[in-house]
Design a protein around this ligand. Sequence first.
Ligand SMILES: Cc1cc2nc3c(=O)[nH]c(=O)nc-3n(C[C@H](O)[C@H](O)[C@H](O)COP(=O)(O)OP(=O)(O)OC[C@H]3O[C@@H](n4cnc5c(N)ncnc54)[C@H](O)[C@@H]3O)c2cc1C
Length: 435
Amino acid sequence: MRQINISKSVPVVGEYDVVVCGGGPAGFVAAVAAAREGARVALVERFGFLGGMATAGLVAPLSVFTYNKQLVIGGIPWEFIGRLVEMGGGHVEHPLGNVAFDPELYKLCMQRMAEEAGITLYMNSYLSGCTLCEGAIQEVVIENKNGSEALSARMFIDATGDADLAAMAGVEMQPQEGAPLQPLSTYFILGGVDTSSPLVHEAMHHNKQGENCHCLPIREALLARAEELGLPEFGGPWFCTTLHEGCVAVNMTRTAGNACDNRDYTRAESRLREDVFRMAAILRDNFEEFRGCYVAAVAPQAGIRETRRIKGVHTITADEYVSAYRYEDSISRGAHPIDIHATQGSSQVTIFLDSPAYVPYRSLIAPSHPNLLVAGRSLSADRKAFASLRVQASCMGTGQAAGVAAAQCAARGCTVQEADIEQLRSRLTAIGAQI
Ligand SMILES: Cc1cc2nc3c(=O)[nH]c(=O)nc-3n(C[C@H](O)[C@H](O)[C@H](O)COP(=O)(O)OP(=O)(O)OC[C@H]3O[C@@H](n4cnc5c(N)ncnc54)[C@H](O)[C@@H]3O)c2cc1C
């Protein structure tokens, strides 16, 4: 392929203690946590709103904050849920602590909390590169309508979900273990649904511990008539209330694809948009409860379950995870079942946990990079442990730990490998984390 060389000078428009890349569940919490510890924090986000998969992907509900009625993800994440509920934008389902939400109020709630924490927001800004000196990131480069800009910081947190910053900085990634990635799925919101019908009402509240929340009667009918209906590949279906009468978020489309390959993601996203309308028509034509339904919204981006994960100082294994191994440097927890969706077909492997698992600090850092932490779904875990930790409450929990750790390391002038674990854990406990 023909190559071109570009060299340009880029203005450094801000200097911070901590720069967080990605404003999804993990990045938002990481930024708030670091700012509340006294760090000067910038948050870079490619969209014009926060929330990541919850808002750009319409992924609902937010799972799992409690287990057997006990809080497993506390502190800033749980405070956010409280604020959202107060605004009329969230509904906590017990006993699992799954949270159904209104995506627009979710965006507003995150924006307010970020502003209150004094975070400098670089929205509509795409992370495109970084500069390095002896393994340490010096600046990140972002692209927006101002052109190319750089932000410097002592500490960086990669919360892009896809480990974009870590990949740009040359961090080693997890091998793919020969298994294909979990499929992509575009969520959509249907209006005009009979949400008071027993079938939809039961399916749209994710409140059962130890059970898959898919809508079994519709699933069985679809599987039985898939060919006759011309049904595209599907999963679930899962329905979730958006807190508005007649509206449900639908998780049903799926296709194989790699979201870190631009052309493949484009192909998959186009196909999934077609499937959204096909599936809405199938629901409308075949199920009484959906007779008057219409597509009220398609998620701005196709939902991404799995891409890159770093090879950290420690990689969480499935054995450690399911046995709830308690690490000395535990900084967060996870209570969602291990949930692996087949790349092709509508099947899924679900392993329910006997007790909530633990997450070590060492899974958020690479051995090679002194001022980089990751938060959210690109942490260091094997495929099975990841398949539980990828949910939003768990991502928020690792965001909280990464934010506090980054602020502490910046203040002490130490590397992330030299973090004072006792100080970190004691601060996390003080702010409400369950570790
Ligand atoms: C179909 C599907 C169903 C799911 N079901 C559930 C469920 O029921 N419950 C649940 O809790 N979780 C569920 N999940 C998982 C969950 O949504 C994600 O794993 C979680 O949101 C990951 O959080 P994160 O903060 O790590 O990343 P993300 O939510 O992906 O956030 C990353 C943020 O970084 C930004 N970003 C990315 N790259 C760049 C860049 N280069 N420059 C600037 N910004 C960038 C993105 O715009 C985004 O805002 C589901 C996911 C999918 C796809």
